[in-house]
Design a protein around this ligand. Structure first.
Ligand SMILES: *[C@@H]1O[C@H](CO)[C@@H](O)[C@H](O)[C@H]1NC(C)=O
Ligand SMILES: *[C@@H]1O[C@H](CO)[C@@H](O)[C@H](O)[C@H]1NC(C)=O
Length: 287
């Protein structure tokens, strides 16, 4: 039986909707650096980015977003990974850019990764926090998330909040709320500083260094910037848009800070001898 015209149209729309909800890195991203070093697998549901002596690789989302919850599953370079940085971040670009970073600093074989995070608003960063992980990030995929709404930016690992940056515009701290951002994923070489302060260099005999990414799906969790209209379109009933830290989130965040945080710019007296930046003295627990 042949479907009638309206039926065919409905089927077509269904197919388009299904495709839009699926995972496809080829559909959602451009390879903006290191073309040959981004390998799509499983029909685009997974992508491997590799670093060799020639080049690394970087993906950039085709769309820009203004607020969203961005989840990505990543499996980091196993074995020797000194000098390498595997990243997942959002960045607005522009002279006074906003940016939220997950950067995984590789290490000598058998030594732990260091997770380096930073948040730029209105062109200013210098808000580094670093963590060790409570699992082996090379043994399997884990979910790394950036939640970005008008109230706060929260970074999560497997649903556990590890960092929060609240809107403190009222206290003179710019909050990223106006500039749409692209999502990026990349692997690159930073042997002059990444590993143990640059003492351990990249061992090119172990190249290529390969990190795998999967399950990028923002179909109902991000506000897409309409390039023509100059405004963002948000999915309906977006609960993440209102999310703030609740009691349980503060408890788990404290657990992470106590056990896994190895550096917090807020505590760096040498860098900020005249007192930590204003967003630092807001007591944890208040939302
Ligand atoms: C993408 O996310 C939407 C909303 O959460 C969900 O309905 C859809 O099944 C997801 N797609 C895949 C392929 O998991
Ligand atoms: C690498 O391992 C050393 C020793 O365990 C550790 O001090 C360091 O933080 C790790 N990460 C990096 C990126 O150097």
């Amino acid at each position: 039986m042949r479907a009638s015209r309206p039926c065919r149209l409905a089927l077509l729309l269904l197919a388009v909707a299904a495709a839009a909800g699926g995972h496809d890195f080829r559909r959602d991203f451009d390879v903006v650096w290191g073309e040959g070093n981004a390998r799509f697998r499983d029909g685009g549901r997974e992508v491997e980015l590799s670093l060799d002596e020639r080049t690394g690789a970087r993906l950039q989302s085709k769309q820009r977003y203004l607020f969203g919850r961005f989840d990505l599953e990543i499996k980091l370079v196993a074995g020797e990974s000194a000098g390498t940085i595997t990243s997942f971040y959002i960045c607005s670009g522009g002279a006074r850019h906003d940016e939220v970073d997950f950067e995984f600093l590789g290490n000598a074989s058998g030594e732990p990764y260091l997770l380096h995070t930073n948040i730029f608003s209105d062109g200013r960063g210098e808000r580094e926090q670093q963590f060790v992980l409570w699992f082996d990030p090379t043994a399997g995929f884990h979910t790394y998330s950036i939640l970005w709404n008008p109230h706060n930016v929260i970074l999560y690992i497997d649903g556990v909040p590890i960092r929060v940056f609240r809107d403190n515009a009222a206290r003179g701290v710019p909050f990223p709320a106006r500039q749409p951002a692209h999502v990026f994923a990349s692997i690159w070489d930073a042997e002059d500083w990444a590993t143990q302060g640059g003492r351990v260099k990249t061992d090119w005999a172990s190249a290529p260094f390969v990190a795998a990414y999967r399950r990028y799906n923002v179909s109902t969790t991000a506000c897409v910037w309409d390039e023509g209209g100059g405004r963002a379109r948000c999915p309906p009933a977006a609960s993440w848009m209102a999310r703030r830290m609740d009691w349980w989130s503060w408890m788990t965040l404290s657990w992470v800070r106590m056990n896994y945080m190895v550096y917090d710019y807020c505590d760096d007296r040498r860098r900020f001898p005249h007192g930590a930046p204003p967003e630092c003295d807001i007591p944890i627990g208040r939302s």
